[in-house]
Design a protein around this ligand. Structure first.
Ligand code: NDP
Ligand code: 2IT
Length: 441
């Protein structure tokens, strides 16, 4: 039965290759699991239903540039699964955004959110709008117009969006500002809000910090120590900069950060001062090649994977950034561990290369779940009209990342070690699947 489902997915989603990849990867773990528990026809039918979004919303966003000229983009929200709680997931503003991208992200979000143990469903949204090269006022007008449409589909107990590529603190501020005006409500619908207007401490840092907490758990499990480990990181946005920052705090050595054009590298390790400069530069969506760097730091064109040697590799930019030949180079360079900070950064062939070579491999659903976990904590604080201290949120984040690691070990353990891909997929799946059954879905 499982094989038939796989074949039908491959045929049905030939025109949506990212969504197809996400489904096939997931089925690679879940079908053997269902077989192992003797699942029947009804279980497989429920599995098929789980792979179809509950609702998909597409809308037009008209906005005015600084010269008074009108433009339009498409806005989306994929409300994928609400079995465990309100739809929850980020908004991405990038020219590459389309239905395929958002369905793959929304699907993965369901299981990532389930792994946190918090009552969160899964969703994703965004627009093909490019915030690069736009003025503050243009971004604000776009966000206001986007929210004018999205507002009717979201709410604190319905659907709670957050940030993703191209949507950071500035965009969340404008989006929530518009939401408050339109609804006359301050109900926390959006996470990643500024701390001064009811956001949570540590949400900005959470994805990167959580990824490093997860990496530490993986290394401890393998009886290795993070201290002194050299790490190649891709991306230079929210996730990448906070991964680099936490690595320094944990005694490891971040070597690189990248963007679409190139990367910065320091063989002795990037400093906190430089990371802070990157954060400010990237808030304004500048390019790394225009960043003023210190003497030891060099700028190079291209991607980081083929040339840089390290113990740990952390993709934190975008999907499919590590292809088979990149994975082979990473293995040749002596990688001990690869942890996915971005969503689905490794192609299926790349994952296979890592697994065959025996490199410790942490999949995105588990590694980058710290962001949505603290989003869940932001929702709790907003619902209670409370504000927790930094230490309290950080402690909860550490606990959740350890809980996710324990779940991966539980479902992924085999004679040769831990299969984190299987552990994360099955660990997230079992909750959602059970809930759907009890809800009669
Ligand atoms: P940001 O927009 O803050 O940063 C994205 C970074 O990735 C930028 O450096 C950008 O380069 C680079 N990038 C984007 N697209 C490409 C591309 N096509 N090729 C090469 N580089 C690219 O986004 P985030 O840091 O928030 O997100 C990064 C990844 O992490 C995404 O996969 C996202 O889904 C995932 N994620 C984010 C979470 C969050 O809380 N923010 C939570 C969990 C996962 P440039 O500066 O040139 O645009
Ligand atoms: O991919 C992700 O988990 C995010 N972009 C964060 C989602 C959230 O709701 O905080």
């Amino acid at each position: 039965m499982g094989e038939n489902i796989k074949i039908s997915i491959i045929e049905r989603y030939q025109h949506q290759s990212l969504f197809q990849s996400a489904l096939i990867e997931f089925l690679g773990s879940v079908i053997p699991y269902l077989e192992s528990i003797g699942a029947g026809e009804e279980d497989y039918a429920r599995l098929e239903r789980l792979m179809v979004p509950e609702r998909m919303i597409v809308f037009k966003v008209v906005w005015e540039d600084d010269k008074g000229k009108f433009h339009h983009n498409l806005g989306y929200r994929v409300q994928f699964n609400s079995a465990l709680g309100p739809y929850k997931g980020g908004l991405r503003f990038d020219p590459s955004v389309n239905e395929d991208v958002l369905k793959f992200l929304g699907f993965e979000q369901i299981f990532k959110n389930a792994l946190t143990g918090l009552p969160l469903g899964g969703g994703k949204g965004g627009s093909d709008f490019d915030p690069k090269g736009k003025s503050d006022a243009e971004v604000r007008r776009f966000c206001t117009s986007f929210m004018t449409e999205l507002v009717r589909y979201i709410g604190p107990n319905t659907d709670v969006p957050a940030g993703d590529i191209g949507v950071g603190g500035r965009e969340i501020g404008y989006l929530y500002g518009a939401y408050k005006k339109l609804m006359n409500r301050t109900d926390g619908t959006l996470t990643g809000k500024g701390v001064v207007y009811s956001g949570s401490q540590i949400r900005t840092e959470a994805t990167g910090y959580g990824a490093v907490y997860f990496i530490k758990e993986m290394l401890t499990q393998a009886q290795r120590d993070i201290r002194g480990m050299r790490a190649v990181i891709s991306g230079s946005g929210n996730v990448a900069t906070h991964v680099a920052e936490k690595l320094i705090q944990e005694g490891a050595i971040p070597l690189s950060l990248s963007d679409r054009e190139g990367y910065i590298y320091n063989e002795n390790g990037l400093t906190q001062e430089l990371i802070d400069a990157v954060k400010i530069h990237k808030e304004k969506r500048g390019s790394l090649k225009d960043l003023l760097v210190g003497n030891d730091v060099t700028y190079h064109e291209g991607a980081v994977w083929q040339t840089l040697k390290a113990d740990i590799y952390i993709p934190a930019a975008t999907q499919q950034e590590i292809k088979k030949e990149d994975a082979e180079a990473i293995v040749r360079n002596g990688a001990v561990l690869v942890a996915e900070g971005s969503n689905m950064p490794s192609t299926a062939e790349a994952v296979e290369v890592f697994q065959v070579a025996g490199v410790l491999f942490g999949p995105a659903k588990a590694v980058n779940a710290g962001g949505v976990a603290v989003s869940g904590l932001e929702m709790s604080q907003n619902a209670m009209h409370l504000h927790w201290a930094t230490e309290e949120v950080d402690e909860k984040l550490r606990f959740i990342m350890k809980h996710i690691h324990d779940t991966c070990v539980h479902y992924g353990k085999h004679e040769g070690g831990i299969d984190y891909v299987k552990g994360a997929n099955v660990g997230g799946f079992v909750h959602v699947f059970k809930a759907m059954g009890q809800l009669g879905w």
